[in-house]
Design a protein around this ligand. Structure first.
Ligand SMILES: [Zn+2]
Length: 259
């Protein structure tokens, strides 16, 4: 896909459209601060985004959210379900995200418009607009896949999600804790809030892998729900295994309650 250079005007328009009163992500930079930076040196700021595009990189740091748990009114606060989690993402990432989203939308709309206004296409083939949109989307997913695989910063997510998909694959709060490694795991809480990164079993750091594969606290859960050869399976395979997924959720729920 040829991706034209992002312009200063484009960055400014995207920022103008964003809500200026949203709280900042973990880096503390509000939209107001980022706008000031932009007006100080619009060329540098725009180049930052173009550099990301050229390298096919979405910086990891821009994806780290600050998770706040907002208590729901009148609920038993010892229950996980009594909290509504909100994620505060770094503003830089949100701006870049919106630039890309606008580009994709524009690409989709202009291409499908061109395709459907050509009469011979309409008359001879009767291709519905929705079909064309779907094809374009698939092409884009393939392109995304190619970038994803060749991207130099191999991420944790790539290990379990080697295939990209436009659907949000697992809209499950507990499972998302694993997929994003955000949220409840001590290592992450350590990074964000300075809490101890260790698991309470005292044998290792509280990483996703420790809880899923190693921690003795969850040995019984593993025995009960995981297939016998679970240590040979990737996390995604465990999620796709019906009983495995139940086991994973029990583990995460427990880690979450203790965090
Ligand atoms: Zn442990």
């Amino acid at each position: 896909m040829n991706f034209p250079v992002i312009t200063q005007e484009e960055v400014k328009t995207v920022m103008d459209d964003m809500d200026k009163n949203k709280p900042p992500g973990p880096d503390g930079l509000t939209l107001g601060i980022i706008r000031e930076l932009f007006f100080l040196d619009p060329a540098w700021c725009t180049e930052l985004f173009n550099d990301c595009t050229r390298q096919g990189v979405f910086p990891d740091f821009w994806k780290i959210a600050k998770v706040l748990l907002i208590p729901k009114e009148g609920k038993d606060l010892s229950e996980v379900s009594a909290y509504r989690p909100i994620c505060l993402l770094p503003t830089w990432g949100k701006v870049y995200d919106k630039i890309i989203a606008q580009r994709l939308l524009y690409e989709l709309e202009s291409k499908s418009k061109n395709a459907t206004t050509k009469e011979e296409v309409d008359i001879k083939l009767k291709i519905p607009k929705s079909w064309i949109k779907k094809q374009l989307k698939m092409t884009m997913v393939q392109e995304w896949q190619a970038r994803w695989m060749s991207s130099p910063n191999s991420r944790f997510l790539y290990g379990i999600f080697p295939e990209v998909n436009t659907k949000s694959c697992h809209g499950d709060f507990l499972i998302n804790q694993i997929l994003t490694t955000h949220g409840c795991f001590p290592v992450h809480q350590h990074r964000l809030f300075g809490k101890s990164p260790d698991c309470e079993c005292g044998r290792d750091q509280g990483t996703v892998f420790h809880y899923v594969y190693g921690c003795q606290i969850y040995r019984e859960v593993r025995q009960k729900y995981f297939p016998e050869n679970f240590f040979q399976l990737g996390i995604l395979e465990l999620i796709l295994n019906t009983r495995g997924k139940i086991g994973l959720k029990i583990i995460i729920q427990d880690v979450l309650t203790k965090s």
